[in-house]
Design a protein around this ligand. Structure first.
Ligand code: SAM
Length: 270
């Protein structure tokens, strides 16, 4: 079935209605599917988690290319359709769950024990919850080799930004601490039903084999990053002085000086 045939079957025959609040914009373009498979280099040695299968358009491509696929979908109305249309694939598992609550660690461990070489996560992500999903996957430090996401273009640019640019911020540092982040290609709103209000892009996050820096206290590091970018127009001296636990502003200037950092710099230039 083509993507359009799937969407028609779901909406016209099964009476499915899109739920805007769940970020439901379904992909209709097979070229984009091929480009996604290529960008994620999906093959039979991979166990892949798909976030938000929707009508199963990306899912079917994954089932054909990957060793195993787990699809996690929050919308109950989609579950019977996904089961009926995709259960012919023996490598398919479907969970009706919020991905933020799902035990992905347990599933990943089972796939590694079954001999799958790489763990990948793919998704045309629901836009309302893009950043929480990506940050949770990164911060949980799951052994995921690669993630390929279709997301708002603006967020893709922030994830892949270079230092000292306007897109570089706390999200960039958070993602690039764990992964190499690349914007792979742009996607027009025309290839979705219904059309989203924003442009999209596909971003690839490849986990660093060795972390780019040895950080003994990650919680403190990320609190510092958040404070440094929190008020972008402030100097580092002022931005860091409002962190909890800071009693003496002069001490902040002194510590920045000790680290060879000009306290008058702004966070995004560091
Ligand atoms: N993959 C399909 C496609 O490309 O056509 C659908 C993509 S649509 C942008 C996002 C999907 O994620 C929807 O099916 C939506 O119901 C589902 N979704 C939304 N929030 C979710 C969550 N917290 N956990 C799992 N799935 C979610």
């Amino acid at each position: 079935m083509t993507p359009m045939e799937k969407i028609r079957l779901l909406t016209e025959t099964r009476g499915f209605r899109f739920t805007k609040s769940l970020g439901q914009n379904f992909l209709t373009d097979e070229n984009i599917l091929r480009k996604m498979a290529q960008a994620a280099d999906i093959n039979k040695e991979d166990a892949v988690i798909e976030i938000g299968p929707g009508a199963g358009i990306v899912t079917e491509m994954l089932l054909q290319e990957a060793g195993r696929v787990l699809a996690v979908e929050i919308d109950k109305a989609l579950i019977p359709f996904l089961e009926e249309t995709l259960s012919i694939y023996p490598n398919f598992t479907l969970w009706h769950q919020d991905v933020l609550q799902a035990d992905l660690a347990g599933w990943i461990k089972a796939q590694q024990e079954a001999g799958y070489k790489r763990i990948k996560v793919v998704g045309n992500l629901p836009y309302y919850v893009t950043t929480p999903i990506i940050m949770k996957l990164l911060e949980d430090q799951l052994p995921i080799d690669l993630m390929l996401f279709m997301i708002q273009k603006e967020v893709a640019q922030r994830l892949a930004a270079k230092p000292a640019t306007k897109d570089y911020g706390a999200l960039t540092v958070g993602a690039q601490f764990y992964c190499k982040a690349e914007k792979v290609f742009d996607v027009s709103p025309q290839v979705f039903i219904p059309k989203p209000n924003v442009a999209s892009a596909v971003v690839r996050l490849t986990r660093h084999e060795v972390p780019p820096a040895d950080i003994p206290d990650p919680a403190l590091f990320f609190a510092l990053v958040k404070a440094a970018f929190g008020q972008r127009r402030k100097t580092l001296h002022n931005a860091l002085s409002v962190m909890p636990d800071v009693e003496d502003k002069a001490e902040v200037a002194r510590r920045l000086g000790d680290a060879g950092i000009d306290p008058m710099r702004r966070g995004e230039t560091l």
